[in-house]
Design a protein around this ligand. Sequence first.
Ligand SMILES: O=C(O)C1=C[C@@H](OP(=O)(O)O)[C@@H](O)[C@H](O)C1
Ligand SMILES: C=C(OP(=O)(O)O)C(=O)O
Length: 430
Amino acid sequence: MESLALKPHTKASGTITLPGSKSISNRTLLLAALASGTTEIRDLLASDDTDRMLDVLQKLGIKLQKTGERDWQVTGNNGAFDIKQAELFLGNAGTAFRPITAALAFLGGDYTLSGVARMHERPIGDLVDALLQAGADIEYLGNSGFPPLKISPASIDASKPIKIRGDVSSQFLTALLMAAPLTKQTVTIEVIGELISKPYIEITLNLMAKFGVEVERDGWQRFVITANSHYKSPGRIFVEGDASSASYFLAAGAIGAGPVRVQGITKNSIQGDIKFTEALSKMDGNISWGDNWIVSKGPTNNKLKALNMDCNHIPDAAMTLAIAALFADGTTTLRNIASWRVKETDRLAAMATELRKVGATVEEGADYIRITPPEKLTPNAVIDTYDDHRMAMCFSLVSLGGVPITINDPGCVAKTFPDYFERFAQITQN
Ligand SMILES: O=C(O)C1=C[C@@H](OP(=O)(O)O)[C@@H](O)[C@H](O)C1
Ligand SMILES: C=C(OP(=O)(O)O)C(=O)O
């Protein structure tokens, strides 16, 4: 297996232009494909997750044209896919698998949807159960409740409210919301139990509105999409820089004195992970904002403050906090993150195992992690990354503690940030 040896550093500074947001990119691609009219997408993320979405849309007959390094033109097909039979591979992209499942279930056709082995261990039962209530025809080709899936033509009846659980992944509700206008019926969605990762629903509603569909809502419990809703191209759409990707560089600035500046995002971002900046401020990191940028610097006394935080609203960026915890003045507890267990790997187990390799004392609970930093980080740890881009990106930050560290399978960052390590090298050159 390939591995990357990172040299020890104590300082991080410089400027990084962020890659486009994964969450915005994949939603925008799908909405543009389902809209009437042509959409110019600027600053789309180029990564494995977006490649999976582009590939699937192309297979479904959507015309996609690359018009610049990060720019695409999508010719919408007005709420339909012309290709009615296809075998689709969605890698490990949750933001592609879940919404494509819902769209195809409502539009009908003969499709199989599969992914990498880990995707076949990531639950999808709550979404399938919701789609079945409206008459969709979906079969599990492997284990019940998990991909791969077979979708067949069906007659969809949305006259009764569709109930959906949102306590395993918010992507199920996102998928149902985005697909609802395809039924051309009024769809009422009722969320059962506690919805997790709520800010991702705001991204969904925001982008649906940009494409002309306003969703009526009653808090987080009930959403109504009326029968006359259909997606229309907004013309041109700009993808913000990825707030989760920003977290590694902002943390680097706070750990390694800084200043580190990320470009392509600011305060009014529609991404929930922008709130990572609040968590970093609570740890005494210094954050400042501008037009289209954020800068982080270290605390004046050089040590970060320990944190005790409910991280349900920022599940991805919370992993970065687990690493920042290594540089804090006491024990950090990150709570309400049970969803970590069903992402690219079991992130609670993986994070605990790898943090122990660098000397931390770690308590891992069903839905929390508690991290006490060591007096001195253990040098030369060899970190396993479990095919999880965020494990690889997070652990690069340990090198800022002045210790060499080796990252196994660094190429797994391709899921959302293919040139991460080149960018990281840019801020650790001095
Ligand atoms: O909707 C989205 O774009 C996402 C939602 C989150 O997943 P969960 O809702 O499963 O927590 C997040 O972890 C994922 O990276 C992207
Ligand atoms: C959970 C993640 O990905 P996915 O969109 O596949 O759920 C992630 O990027 O951290």
